[in-house]
Write a protein that binds this ligand. Structure first.
Ligand SMILES: [Zn+2]
Length: 179
C-alpha cells in the first residue's frame, strides 16, 4: 500500500483511480471506485456482479494540509437477480466512505459532529473554519441532532425493586403485591 492509499477514506474497499491538484485553488480532487467486483443488494443481501450503469458522487472530504479535498466516487448500479426480491436495481454501498445520499465522507461527517457536539452550532462553525471543515450552522445542528445519544447507565434492578426483589419494589412505590 502506498502513502496516498493510506490517506484515502476506507482504502480497503476503494482504490484510487486518478487525482488532480489545483495549487491556485488549494484543491485536490481524488477519483475513487470500489475494489470489489460484487456488491450486496441492500434489500435481500444477495451478491451481484451484473452491472447496469455507473454514476458519480461528489463528496467533501477531510482537508489534506491546507488543501480542500473533493472525492469523486464512481458508484455502480447493479441488478439484483433474486427473483423473490422486490428490488431490481440497487446502488452499491460503501458506508465507510459515505452514507447513502450523503454529500460528505463518513470521516468528515464524524469530525464535524464531534466539533458540533463539543462546541455547539456557532462556536463549532468558527473552529471548523479554522480547521478547514466548512459547514453551515444548519448542517452542524442537523449532524448534532442525528448523532447517537451517549450511553447512559440504566438503574440496576436492585435500585428499582429493592434487594428483596419485585414484591419489595412494588411496596416501595406504594403498590401492594397481590396475595
Ligand atoms: Zn435483492
Amino acid at each position: 500500500m502506498n502513502l496516498l492509499s493510506c490517506l484515502l477514506p476506507d482504502a480497503t474497499h476503494v482504490r484510487l483511480e486518478t487525482w488532480t491538484l489545483e495549487p491556485a485553488q488549494s484543491a485536490i480532487t481524488i477519483n475513487l471506485r470500489a475494489r470489489q467486483t460484487t456488491a450486496c443488494c441492500p434489500l435481500c443481501a444477495r451478491r451481484s456482479k451484473r452491472v447496469h450503469s455507473r454514476y458519480e458522487r461528489t463528496l467533501a472530504d477531510l482537508p489534506w494540509g491546507e488543501h480542500a479535498v473533493t472525492v469523486r466516487l464512481s458508484v455502480r448500479r447493479l441488478f439484483c437477480d433474486n427473483k423473490k426480491c422486490e428490488r431490481r436495481l440497487f446502488a452499491e454501498r460503501l458506508p465507510d466512505v459515505a452514507a447513502p445520499w450523503a454529500r460528505r465522507t463518513t470521516r468528515l461527517t464524524g469530525r464535524l459532529t464531534a466539533v458540533g457536539m463539543a462546541l455547539g452550532g456557532a462556536a463549532g462553525i468558527r473552529l471548523g473554519r479554522k480547521l478547514g471543515l466548512n459547514a453551515s450552522r444548519n448542517t452542524l445542528l442537523r449532524l448534532i441532532r442525528r448523532a447517537p445519544m451517549p450511553d447512559v447507565a440504566t438503574p440496576s434492578a436492585a435500585l428499582l425493586h429493592g434487594p428483596s426483589g419485585g414484591a419489595a419494589g412494588r411496596a416501595d412505590i406504594g403498590i401492594s403485591p397481590l396475595v
